[in-house]
Design a binder for this molecule. Sequence first.
Ligand code: COA
Length: 190
Amino acid sequence: MRALETDRLTLRPFTADDADFVLDLYSRMDVQRYISGHPPKLMKDRTEAVALIEAWARRDDGTCGIWAVQEKAAEDNVAGQLTGTLLLKPIPASGPEPQESGDIEIGWHFHPDFWGRGYAPEAAAALLQHGFDAGLPRIVAVTNPANTASMRVCGKIGLQAQGTTDRYYNKTCQLFTADNPAGNNAGAES
Ligand SMILES: CC(C)(COP(=O)(O)OP(=O)(O)OC[C@H]1O[C@@H](n2cnc3c(N)ncnc32)[C@H](O)[C@@H]1OP(=O)(O)O)[C@@H](O)C(=O)NCCC(=O)NCCS
């Protein structure tokens, strides 16, 4: 899985050493409010975090994957802090059984200590470009209709609002989409 760089951030694979951060992130109601079920399910212990990191590693297919978003090291060489998660992955279709929709979604989960700095749109713009460079024809994002901050991120990275949809996750979501500006499969290796 390819690491990606932005001005302030590095997107890189998670490792087992990141388990404490993953537990801190996903045990928070502020983070889970719009991304897990009803009622939101909070992560309880480090074992769950380690298992999630292992499951994320299996999602790496060279294009899709789950990235840790880390601040770049400061000039005094202090290691940059982990700030959140960026996801590029197949989005499941609504239905009685889990099934593939054929679409690829982009998503973002940041630690509240780092909200409001523009990190999510900065990291997501780089991942969107990575997906298009790899030849994905279309990338979607879905948000809870009450998740104003996430809908703002969609707008900031140029995703087009398409209204509500029931197509994914057995939920009513706001749908945002972007088509590959280079056309279908334009970036795929020949
Ligand atoms: C959605 C999320 C990724 C936004 O990340 P971010 O790095 O803060 O993004 P930005 O800094 O660009 O802020 C996005 C908007 O949220 C607003 N915002 C950020 N922090 C906020 C806070 N604590 N309270 C209220 N609004 C806040 C910002 O003002 C901004 O709106 P603006 O562009 O009108 O100023 C982040 O809130 C998050 O991780 N939430 C929990 C997980 C989640 O819901 N993910 C999305 C699933 S679809």
